[in-house]
Design a protein around this ligand. Structure first.
Ligand code: ZN
Ligand code: ZN
Ligand code: FE
Length: 759
């Protein structure tokens, strides 16, 4: 029996070799008809034997090509048209705003094989790519995704490349960035003045030689500049840290292949799959005790190493030639956005890099490396950028025209299109001029690429955030969303939760609706509204922002609750000894007179305080340093939790932490190991989670906020909640830190009744 069908395939099907794959599949099953790209994906018509048509459709649904995400496949019977063959037709040239923009994709195995094949015309060519791999988001200027709308437009394909580009059976059929040594981008090696040191051909071997001899190289890759140096060289890394003003924060490593990674770190099957995926993120891997060692400067006192594999031919060739781990950290100063432009890099990285390995393909937008870890047996993104942005998140409700500007740190912005939220790449902390400018550019570029009108802007409640001030200045319809409400809503958006939940949101800082600093929150929410069901008891934070850099100040704020500023009682503790007598009396006055001393319920600061009480970390050079140090100390031996009280007061509930404090102080005075204290503290947090969950009467429990980047805490909380018959939910594909706030903000706005009516 004959059958004729049409198929409308929606999702990420353009620029991934979908049409040639369909062409081969149709021929395999002797089907006639055509396939073509549309503004929403692809459209297929086929005619042939009924079983073969059905198998064809089944294959599309069950085994689509790699990197191809099918969100919808609408099929209908159509009248037979008597096609004589199966053809790939030209694209319908209409509005393309619903077609998805693809992220940058790491080099595929076929391309890697070619660049290391002496006889291939692309031998060692740093910009080799095909329809399965290569840059996308970082080179797109406008839709539809055609070469003329990318930064490849200035390179004209040679005859050989054009032949590949036009042949439906070739792996490079319509590969927009297709290039070769004859016609494509070229590299150059510059000194600090921007003068070329060698010919383009000699640049790579010369760069390799410089790194071997201990130089710091700025390397222009796909989404921006890296700073690269030999990961075994203590001196050069100490220099890099000093020049970059980054004394302790871990540096990422790049290694040539999985085999080398496994000589330094434990590589389980999930980790292996993630690090070698087309997204190629940095993956946090546990170091091998008996494995090979990199310099202590890479990640001081950290049992994990952030490792990645090369994601473009340039870094593949560089790493293969060097055959050793390199530090590959973002090309910026401190928390600024990474450099993308050659001249800009010369200016901004002048005092940091000794030499510059650049190329002449412009980067349209900066895209950092993504960062991930395996937790609860699945990948958890801590920074969602290269390989992931700007893939949309379907939130199952109308959010068209909503623009969310995110929080202040680890900023991302998001734009609603239909039921999908397009989240920007990681932008960074908005407390410097460079990142504020990139923030504005990112919004403009999202709006223009999707040609999307904005009808409502959503920002954080905090009056001082740059993002909020920018949003308010637009004078558009505005919604302010409380920080922790947005955190919880982000999990609901990602996991498709529609019912009421208890959201446990623990982080460093968020502006509360009572104008204090929140961060140890238990919120009841069904999406649009929330109720503060419980929170950590407030404590004073002498110095405010300064306390983030000085965990010893959080410790004093907590101690004040016990001794009312009579520090003498605790003069034996490391966190008190860390201050001069005069400083102690100033801090007491600050707390009592409320001078630059906000009240906070922050769990992040409680972590800081405990770490400082034990003497583990008194001063920090990056956010989360003290909490990470405490997490890394947790022992696996048996121990008991500390005591705490849950106090009910006029409708709310407070967690009184004074029992935790006295317990920790007793343990410190008794000379007990920090690993035991850390374990008891973490265990207490599990007790609090289950206790509040029971009292809330909810079964769906959301765990979110930066504190849940802590693997021990998240894994044990999930396991414990499951054991107690709750349904725990946590973040995986969207950052649990403030990088997820923009998505949560859109979810809250889209859940409001006024918006719901638009569905
Ligand atoms: Zn490829
Ligand atoms: Zn060419
Ligand atoms: Fe937060």
């Amino acid at each position: 029996m004959k059958k004729s069908m049409s198929l409308e395939v929606r999702g990420t099907v353009q620029g991934v070799g979908f049409r040639p794959w369909i062409w081969r599949l149709a021929n395999q099953y002797h089907l006639k008809g055509f396939v073509r790209n549309t503004s929403q994906g692809a459209f297929i018509e086929i005619e042939g034997a009924k079983e073969e048509v059905e198998t064809f459709i089944h294959k599309i649904r069950s085994e689509p090509p790699e990197n191809c995400v099918i969100t919808q496949c609408l099929q209908s019977d159509v009248l037979p048209k008597g096609f004589r063959q199966f053809q790939i037709l030209a694209s319908e040239d209409n509005k393309a705003r619903e077609a998805l923009v693809l992220p940058d994709i790491a080099s595929c195995p076929e391309c890697i094989k070619e660049i290391f094949d002496r006889h291939d015309r692309r031998f060692l060519y740093p910009f080799t790519n095909c329809t399965h791999c290569g840059p996308r988001y970082s080179i797109i200027e406008a839709l539809p995704y055609d070469r003329k709308n990318t930064s490849m437009k200035k390179f004209t394909m040679c005859d050989d490349c054009r032949k590949e580009y036009e042949d439906p059976l070739n792996r490079r059929f319509h590969a927009q960035p297709n290039a070769c040594p004859v016609c494509g981008p070229k590299i150059a090696l510059w000194d600090q003045k921007g003068d070329a040191l060698t010919t383009p051909l000699e640049s790579l071997p010369a760069a390799v030689d410089l790194i071997k001899r201990g130089a710091i190289l700025a390397v222009k890759a796909i989404g921006g500049f890296y700073l690269m140096a030999d990961a075994a060289n203590d001196d050069v890394l100490a220099q890099l840290r000093e020049r970059k003003a980054r004394p302790h924060k871990p540096l990422a490593l790049m290694m040539p292949d999985l085999a080398m990674v496994s000589r330094y770190c434990h590589l389980g099957s999930l980790e292996e799959k993630l690090i070698a995926s087309p997204q190629a993120p940095i993956v946090l891997l546990r170091r091998k005790q008996d494995g090979l060692k990199v310099s202590d400067q890479v990640a001081p006192q950290n049992p994990y190493l952030g490792c990645m594999l090369p994601s473009m031919p340039l870094t593949h060739v560089l790493l293969r030639m060097l055959d050793r781990p390199l530090v590959a950290t973002s090309g910026n100063l401190s928390e600024e956005p990474i450099c993308t432009d050659n001249e800009e890099a010369l200016r901004r990285l002048k005092g940091i890099a000794d030499f510059f390995l650049v190329h002449d393909r412009p980067i349209v937008r900066h895209v950092d490396d993504s960062l991930a870890q395996i937790v609860c047996n699945e990948p958890m993104l801590l920074r969602r950028s290269r390989g992931y942005a700007p893939l949309p998140v379907d939130i199952g409700k109308n959010c068209d025209g909503l623009l969310a500007v995110g929080a202040h740190q680890k900023n991302t912005v998001a734009l609603g299109i239909g039921h999908s939220v397009v989240m920007s790449q990681h932008i960074g902390d908005l407390d410097n001029r460079v990142s504020s400018a990139v923030f504005e550019q990112s919004i403009l570029s999202l709006k223009s690429i999707y040609d999307a009108p904005v009808r409502k802007v959503i920002c954080d409640l905090h009056p001082g955030y740059f993002s909020g001030q920018w949003a308010r200045s637009l004078k558009k319809d505005l919604l302010e969303v409380q920080h922790h409400h947005a955190h919880v809503a982000c999990v609901m958006a990602e996991r498709g939760i529609k019912n009421k939940v208890l959201g446990i949101c623990w982080d460093g800082t968020g502006y509360g609706d009572d104008a204090t600093v929140w961060g140890g929150e238990f919120l009841l929410t069904d999406g649009p509204q929330y109720q503060r069901f419980a929170h950590l008891n407030d404590f004073p934070l002498p110095g405010g922002e300064l306390a983030v850099k000085e965990p010893r100040r959080s410790a004093l704020g907590l101690l004040y609750g016990l001794c009312r500023g009579n520090w003498q009682e605790y003069k034996d503790l490391p966190c008190v000894k860390a201050f001069k007598a005069q400083e102690l009396s100033v801090i007491r006055t600050m707390i009592e007179k409320k001078i630059n001393t906000p009240q906070t319920s922050s769990m992040g600061r409680l972590f800081d305080g405990i770490a400082a009480l034990t003497g583990l970390c008194l001063q920090a050079s990056f956010e989360g340093q003290a909490a990470m140090a405490l997490e890394f100390q947790v022992s696996e031996g048996p121990s008991n939790p500390y005591s705490y009280k849950l106090v009910e007061e006029n409708g709310g509930r407070c967690i009184d932490w004074s029992g935790i404090m006295t317990g920790v102080i007793d343990d410190v005075r008794a000379g007990r190991e920090i690993s035991l204290i850390s374990k008891r503290f973490h265990q207490t947090l599990l007790e609090i989670i289950v206790d509040v969950a029971r009292r809330s009467g909810q079964s769906d429990i959301v765990l979110t906020g930066g504190c849940f980047q802590n693997r021990w805490l998240l894994e044990h909380a999930v396991e414990r909640l499951k054991r107690e018959k709750f349904n725990p939910h946590w973040q995986a594909g969207v950052p649990v830190n403030d990088g997820g706030i923009s998505l949560g903000q859109i979810f809250v706005a889209a859940s409001l009744p006024a918006d719901g009516r638009r569905e």
